[in-house]
Design a binder for this molecule. Structure first.
Ligand code: TYC
Length: 100
């Protein structure tokens, strides 16, 4: 029989610790081609063409958008991968992360 069913009093459980999650943010600029941004989103964030278009247009109109929410390690890797693809093509695209 489980302890909870037999004990007169059960110690309150301490709150479960969840690891902090990080938003990966994409920033607008006037120079990076729309097709390049869509390509990056499809390639690195496993988005469909329609999803990638939607996020890209949100960034284009609003200046910034959340691309996804990940663990610290995965978010860091995604940001580095976006920045590396942009650098290689000499686009000024900026990607950053922020604790949720
Ligand atoms: N504003 C860019 C243009 O008009 C397109 C763009 C969208 C750039 C999203 C960056 O994160 C970005 N070509």
């Amino acid at each position: 029989v489980h302890r909870e069913e037999t004990d007169l009093a059960v110690k309150p459980r301490t709150k479960t610790q969840r690891p902090p999650m990080y938003k990966v943010l994409l920033l607008n600029d006037d120079f990076t081609p729309m097709e390049f941004v869509v390509h990056v989103l499809e390639r690195l964030f496993a988005m469909t063409h329609a999803q990638a278009m939607e996020i890209m247009l949100t960034v284009h109109r609003k200046g910034i958008a959340v691309v996804g929410v990940f663990s610290h390690e995965v978010a860091e890797t995604k940001v580095a991968q976006v920045m590396e693809l942009a650098r290689r093509q000499q686009h000024p695209l900026q990607c950053t992360m922020e604790k949720e």
